[in-house]
Design a protein around this ligand. Structure first.
Ligand code: ADP
Ligand code: MG
Length: 343
């Protein structure tokens, strides 16, 4: 791999230290991804400079102009505290003719919007739970044609914000309460979907034109599913003590027939293309006992932490963490934005 000049874009409060010694467990946890990516790229011989993005774009423009990075490695999850603004930063990079890693602005915008995503998937006949949208700030209207139980979530938030057992509702009264809760807490539109009881699967996909899909991954709810519905709440996703207590773990999905694996993998690639994604992404799906699969959402630029789902499923496919990051860099360099036509 050629040595590159890489500008690592991180949120201003997640600037990784050179060394983790002396930091508390919480401090390490907060910037683990940033630290993993910085140290791995540096150890691989790349010249890496970190830029913490707050709510100003002047510094980014200056570094791009003066230092001329060959690629911007995008680890941003938001801009100025607004999660739906992350794709504008990528759009700005494109306007500056600065190559970047990960998804292009169009794919980011489409996949960030769960409703737009579902509308596009429906057009392509890709199965996704039926839904009803409850716009924030509009008067309540009784939905028609949806069967309980339903699952209520924010149309734009991610990382399982606002997701708990109470997200599953069995009657109109609870539905109305939960929609109101999402409106108030997330300050976003609320989405009520048909609740899909079943296994929780993730599929990592990488590429621009030619796509590679990683092995089908499963979030196993362990003993938790004996007492509660198996859904990925914040605790299930992020709380190690909670995960240990209930035997929650992730790994390659076992005992899926070969044809089923092929179908799920194909489905993940179709979603990637339908949403015009590039770089790398992770698809969230649910598999019902009858074998039917539903796509819940597509995550552009998924979590790249060493040892977490995306990197681990790449590792099982024979791609080490360093190779994974190098491939992401290479895909960013190869991506053909429109400005290249005018060079
Ligand atoms: N329609 C649904 N049926 C069953 N479970 C769901 C449904 N929608 C979401 N979930 C559960 O909630 C989790 C988070 O939902 P998701 O749409 O992936 O949003 P996020 O962006 O927060 O990850 C999923 O991983 C899944 O466990
Ligand atoms: Mg998800």
């Amino acid at each position: 791999m050629k040595k590159r000049r890489i500008l690592l874009l991180v949120n201003a409060d997640l600037i990784p230290p050179d060394d983790l010694r002396g930091l508390s467990e919480d401090e390490i946890e907060a910037c683990r991804t940033e630290y993993n990516v910085l140290s791995t790229l540096s150890n691989a011989g790349h010249e890496v400079r970190v830029l913490g993005m707050g709510d100003k774009i002047g510094e980014l423009r200056r570094v791009v102009r003066d230092w001329r990075p060959e690629i911007a490695f995008n680890l941003l999850e938001e801009f100025s505290g607004i999660v739906t603004y992350d794709h504008y930063v990528v759009a700005l990079l494109e306007l500056m003719r600065q190559p970047y890693t990960g998804c292009n602005p169009r794919g980011m915008m489409l996949s960030r919007d769960k409703v737009l995503t579902k509308q596009i998937l429906a057009y392509h006949r890709i199965p996704t739970p039926r839904f009803h949208l409850f716009p924030w700030g509009k008067a309540w209207r009784e939905p028609r044609g949806l069967e309980f139980p339903l699952f209520v979530k924010s149309a734009t938030d991610d990382a399982s914000l606002g997701i708990s057992q109470a997200s599953i509702v069995h009657d109109p009264e609870r539905l109305r309460e939960r929609v109101q809760f999402i409106h108030e807490q997330a300050q976003s539109d609320a989405l009520a979907e048909q609740y899909i009881e079943g296994r929780e699967l993730y599929v990592g996909v990488m590429g621009n034109e030619r796509l590679t899909a990683f092995p089908v991954w499963e979030l196993d709810f362990g003993k938790l599913s004996d007492v509660q519905a198996g859904i990925a709440t914040r605790k299930v996703k992020w709380d190690p003590a909670y995960q240990r207590r209930h035997g929650i773990r992730t790994g390659p999905a076992g005992d899926l027939p070969e044809a089923q694996v092929a179908r799920i993998t194909q489905l993940a690639k179709r979603v990637y293309r339908a949403l015009h994604m590039s770089g790398y992404a992770r698809m969230d799906m649910r598999l019902k006992a009858d074998g039917s699969v539903f796509v819940l959402e597509a995550n552009a630029n998924p979590n790249l932490t060493y040892g977490e789902d995306f990197a681990e499923s790449g590792d099982v496919a024979g791609i080490s963490y360093e190779q994974l990051l190098n491939r992401i860099v290479q895909l960013g360099l190869n991506y053909q934005p429109e400005w290249r036509l005018f060079e």
